[in-house]
Write a protein that binds this ligand. Structure first.
Ligand code: PMP
Length: 423
């Protein structure tokens, strides 16, 4: 009920776009999984702070002190939002991709990495070649745990290991059994990082309760602007490794060494991996988004989003020839991210028609998860051309609709009507 929990005001909510059929309409942003519109509240908070920003950890002046305090408070805000344990670190990065590459750079020697083939490329590709075990796509959450347990049982139990798994799929929106996977990983002496790029904007994350070692997410999917991300979790691997970026800010002391080189003492805090002048506004914006979601009542936002998910699923189920993609089946819990194919349609053309005729912005393609889309559509559709083969229905791509805290009911209703009319 909108009167109980209205959509949160976001930027761009009043943008008008022209339609090929004539006239114009308010743009319906239904591609939150790529980048969600920033919350108006975040924008306002950033605008209020922007005139005062200054260098952090460097200046003696008032604005530098103020900025340093706000930057460090932003870390604390994010830690609270994620349910971090005492001693966990929150490292500000550029994005989820950057966060996972950072973790890849600090892996202990010989670390074996386990990933399901269903991951986003950001979670599939950063790991050192030759040290990755790719696991088959499971067909249920329970099977995911079984597959992982089997793979971990087969590994050398003495070496370090890391499991990297998505919290919510950027293709199907399905939630993964993070808590159970973490328990399985730990039972076999492995660590686990959760790619929370699609989880954090749609579902509360609780690092401590789920007992995961790290989570990674991006600000631009969590209703903050582009340019900042987070890796949060256990400090030990982070503090033992050489900095991801070496330079000022990461080092505590630097001196000429006796051997003609340099003696460097690196920081043991999150600053160790944040060399250079950090994205202070980006960090502040992420923290503002965390705060805004918490204050709006994240549970209520989730409840409302679930109502929209149910409406989209019901709407699509009523259109002949539309198939919603799923690994775990109809009953699997999912966030506001759904991909589908339509008989007789190339998905690129379908997405283009939604934009041109209805002012609806969705995404089509393989969503940087090529192996997963092959599992979901393989054998049924041909390999893709550059952006979907021109032969219509036989291309390996799908349409993705995604939404969240800023989505009005009207956007979802327009989408459901548009799919029906186009088909
Ligand atoms: N993981 C998932 C599940 C994603 O959906 C995305 C973005 N599509 C990423 C990682 C990468 O995020 P970013 O592009 O912000 O680094």
């Amino acid at each position: 009920d909108q009167s109980v929990c209205p959509p949160l005001p976001v930027l761009g909510r009043d943008v008008r776009v022209p339609l090929v059929t004539g006239g114009e309409v308010t743009y319906a942003a239904l591609d939150y999984a790529a980048s969600a519109p920033a919350l108006q509240r975040v924008w306002d908070d950033v605008a209020a702070y922007a005139p005062y920003y200054g260098s952090v950890h460097r200046g003696a002046g008032y604005l530098s002190q103020l900025s340093t305090e706000l930057f460090e408070n932003s870390r604390a805000e994010v830690a609270a939002f994620l349910g971090c344990r005492p001693g966990d670190q929150v490292v500000f990065t550029r994005s989820t991709t950057d966060s996972l590459n950072l973790l890849a750079a600090v892996l202990p020697a010989g670390c074996r990495v386990f990933v399901f083939e269903t991951e986003h490329h950001a979670a599939l590709l950063p790991w050192p070649a030759g040290h990755v075990t790719v696991l088959d796509a499971p067909r249920s959450p329970r099977q995911a745990v079984e597959i992982l347990e089997r793979a971990l049982a087969d590994r050398d139990p003495h070496g370090p290991a890391l499991v990297c798994v998505t919290g919510a799929s950027n293709v199907t929106g399905e939630l993964w059994p993070v808590r159970e996977l973490a328990a399985a990983a730990h039972a076999h002496g492995a660590r686990i990082v959760v790619d929370a790029a699609q989880l954090a904007p749609h579902h509360p994350v609780d690092i401590a309760a789920c007992d995961v070692d790290w989570v990674a997410f991006s600000g631009h999917k969590l209703y903050a602007p582009f340019g900042s991300g987070v890796l949060a979790g256990r400090a030990d691997w982070l503090t033992r490794a050489r900095p991801y970026l070496a330079g000022g800010g990461a080092s505590r002391t630097v001196a000429r060494g006796g051997d003609g080189g340099l003696d460097v003492e690196w920081h043991t805090t999150a600053a160790r991996h944040e060399a250079g002048s950090p994205n202070v506004i980006g960090a502040y914006a992420i923290a503002a988004a965390c705060k805004a979601l918490t204050e709006a009542g994240f549970e209520r936002l989730v409840e409302r989003e679930q109502r929209l998910v149910a409406r989209v699923r019901e709407g699509l189920a009523g259109v002949p020839g539309v198939r919603v993609l799923s690994l775990f089946g109809d009953d699997a819990p999912r966030v506001g991210v759904l991909s589908f194919v339509v008989d007789g349609w190339n998905s690129s053309h379908f997405a283009a028609a939604l934009s041109a005729e209805y002012g609806i912005g969705v995404r089509d393609g393989l969503f940087c998860a090529h192996p997963l889309v092959r599992v979901l559509l393989g054998g049924e559709r041909d390999e893709p051309g550059e952006c979907g083969a021109p032969d219509g229905e036989r291309s390996l791509n799908a349409v993705r609709v995604s939404f969240g805290a800023g989505t009005p009911d009207e956007h979802v209703e327009r989408f459901v009507r548009a799919v029906g009319e186009l088909v």
